[in-house]
Design a protein around this ligand. Structure first.
Ligand code: HEM
Length: 460
């Protein structure tokens, strides 16, 4: 099968470069081979066609299941993490059904009910930080996003089992954050029990502990079912298919774990980047503060989330270093012509978000942080795709944007922070996401007075 041209180094070298230095890998390849090229970066070095042409991405996102399915390679990669029944790895009809089940709590009014809680969680966690002492922003953002996921989305109470689950999840996700330790996900031959402390054994042991706690919670919630609760676990517990069958414990477990894995770390990394940019470019922070002042005392979550400059700051944050460097790989199901390339069934294709977000024709001076570009023009879903697209578009997109805006607004309006290190921070590919190297050290200089409307114009 003939594939588009691409880097020639041995597959194992390409996977290693992708794991440790993906941005250089992508930029070198796109400069040399153009906007559609083949990289050997799949599981065990399998070829994937990487796409950064918006028309071709539109074709992929608009394709039906008969044209593009979920890549089996990706399924093999994700299954050790989320199990067999998470929407993240399902395909075809079952995938569609699970998405229908999961979407409602992540949209509209339902989601807005979490707004107040997000602001309270942020203030509570930030208030625990001592003045002037450095802290690692990413650790604090992880605490906030995990708390939001556990309380607002899954309705897990604080208390002993909630705390224990939190501890286990943090250890598990931290462990996966290291490309070396997580290399068994790329190289399946490393998925072997090589003694108690080998990465795979440690990973499996922690996963088993998490499973036990989640099963206990599911059992408890089944027996004490409360239809008044608005969290997603309650909704999933009451969901029935056309044969009036509910989800099994295993299905519920995989779905809940899949959402936690898909949503927690990535939102934390995005919020960390947001705080970094606001403080690295102080004029951005000043403009944001002036915009927050326009709300005065009326700081309700929905009004905050509709502020245009805050929205543009969050959009630009997810453009310049998209925390998900690419959308999920799709597999070609029937022969297609993708921008002049004839691709046969079985070919894997992957829309490459980072490369689209750095196209100079769409984003001039793409390496500069310029929120104004989002105020000046609109981008199509194939030109701006931090949450992927089509029938696999991120289920948590609206929730995570809402959370990101509220957390950044709460912190900016209540605290004056500064960066410990003024040097530009480089991104690092950690596990599956593009996170700031070192986690961004900051400190609180002072607490701000409650915001009042200012009689000044917002600076340009
Ligand atoms: C800034 C935060 C986030 C980013 C950048 C992000 C990005 C993405 C991307 C790129 C995809 C793949 C889409 C595709 O292949 O077309 C995805 C899928 C997914 N995301 Fe997110 N995500 C974020 C937060 C969340 C949150 C908070 C949740 C849930 C609570 C979540 C749940 C999911 C799920 C379940 C999928 C799989 C959807 C499917 O395959 O049908 N994500 N996300």
């Amino acid at each position: 099968m003939k594939l588009p041209d691409g880097p020639k180094s041995p597959p194992i070298m390409q996977v290693i470069q992708w794991m440790f230095n993906p941005l250089d890998y992508l930029e070198e390849a796109v400069n040399r081979y153009g906007e559609i090229f083949t990289g050997r970066i799949g599981l065990n070095g399998a070829p994937i066609v990487l796409v950064s042409n918006p028309q071709a991405i539109q074709q992929i996102f608009q394709g039906e299941f008969k044209e593009f399915g979920f890549a089996i390679e990706q399924k093999k990669f994700l299954e050790p993490l989320v199990g067999k029944y998470s929407v993240v790895i399902l395909d075809g009809q079952t995938h569609r059904q699970h998405r229908q089940l999961l979407m409602p709590p992540f949209h509209g009014k339902r989601m807005q009910t979490y707004g107040q809680l997000i602001c309270e969680i942020t203030a509570k966690i930030m208030n625990q930080l001592p003045l002037v002492q450095p802290f690692v922003t990413r650790q604090v953002m992880k605490k906030i996003s995990l708390e939001v996921m556990l309380q607002a989305v899954f309705g897990l109470q604080t208390g002993e089992s909630g705390e224990y689950l939190k501890k286990l999840l943090i250890s598990w996700l931290d462990f996966l954050g290291s490309p070396i330790r997580a290399s068994f996900l790329y190289f399946t031959f490393l998925q072997k029990d090589l003694g108690a402390w080998s990465p795979w054994s440690y990973f499996c042991r922690l996963k088993q502990d998490i499973k036990q706690v989640l099963y206990r919670e599911i059992n408890y919630r089944r027996q004490n079912y409360d239809p008044e609760r608005s969290d997603i676990l309650t909704l999933l517990l009451s969901a029935r298919d056309e044969n009036n069958q509910g989800l099994t414990d295993e299905e519920l477990h995989d779905e809940v774990l899949g959402l936690l894995i898909a949503g927690h770390e990535i939102t934390a990394a995005a919020m960390t980047w947001g705080l970094y940019w606001i403080h690295h470019q102080p004029h951005v922070g000043e403009k944001l503060l002036a915009e927050l002042h326009t709300l005065g005392d009326f700081q309700d979550p929905v009004s905050i989330s509709q502020l245009p400059y805050l929205t543009a700051v969050c959009q630009e944050t997810l453009r310049i270093y998209p925390t998900a460097i690419a959308a999920s790989a799709r597999v070609v199901n029937s022969p297609i012509n993708l921008n002049g390339y004839k691709l046969e069934p079985g070919t894997m294709v992957m829309p490459c978000t980072y490369l689209v977000h750095h196209r100079q024709d769409l984003y001039p001076n793409s390496h500069q942080f310029l929120p104004e570009r989002f105020l000046e023009r609109q981008f199509s879903p194939y030109e701006y795709l931090p949450f992927g697209g089509g029938n696999r578009r991120c289920i948590g997109a609206a929730l995570s944007m809402f959370e990101m805006k509220l957390v950044i607004a709460t912190i900016t309006s209540k605290y004056q922070l500064n960066l410990i290190n003024k040097q530009p921070i480089k991104p690092q590919y950690q596990g599956f996401l593009l996170a700031p190297t070192g986690g961004v050290k900051m400190r609180i200089i002072s607490q701000r007075q409650p915001l009042k409307p200012l009689a000044i114009a917002i600076p340009n």
